[in-house]
Design a protein around this ligand. Structure first.
Ligand code: DAT
Ligand code: MG
Length: 144
């Protein structure tokens, strides 16, 4: 028997644009169809404090303030997903950051577009590394 790596967890957000467009179900459908498990889920309008922590790496960039304003503009669905390779796997499902560049077949490529806003509105967030996932899950699901 070959050893398998531990299942990893990733923090996924359906951002305010995706939530408002009723795309939460479509994103969850894709995650489940891919084979990842849903571990935890909540709907909330995030505070600026949560978002400043979540997006700390982007502080000082020109899109930081628009990003916090956009992300706190309405409800989001926060989800912890689990499965081997779930972190890069969901990043691949999400597609490129800029929805204009995101490949068809990806969430951002199929469902997103440029709306002419200061910050890209691209439907979903997904953790980019195990370290980011652990840090982000603690922000959105302190009980986990
Ligand atoms: P990702 O969400 O793909 O991990 P990121 O962490 O670099 O991308 O940026 C966080 C979010 O900020 C991203 O989802 C959309 C927005 N953003 C990133 N770069 C941007 C830019 N150059 N102009 C406008 N918005 C940007
Ligand atoms: Mg990122």
């Amino acid at each position: 028997m070959t050893e398998s790596s531990a299942p990893e967890r990733s923090l996924v957000l359906v951002k305010p644009d995706g939530f408002a467009r009723r795309l939460t179900g479509e994103v969850l459908r894709r995650i489940e169809a891919k084979g990842y498990a849903l571990v935890a889920l909540r709907i909330l309008t995030p505070t600026r404090e949560m978002l400043a922590a979540h997006y700390a790496e982007h502080e000082g960039k020109p899109f930081f303030e628009p990003l916090l304003e956009f992300m706190s503009s309405g409800p989001v669905t926060a989800v912890v997903i689990e499965g081997e390779g779930g972190i890069p796997g969901f990043r691949a499902m999400a597609g490129a950051t800029n929805p204009t560049d995101a490949a068809p077949g990806s969430i951002r490529g199929d469902l997103g577009r440029d709306w002419g806003t200061k910050v890209q509105q691209n439907i979903v967030h997904g953790s980019d590394s195990p370290e980011s996932a652990a840090r982000e899950i603690a922000i959105w699901f302190p009980e986990l």
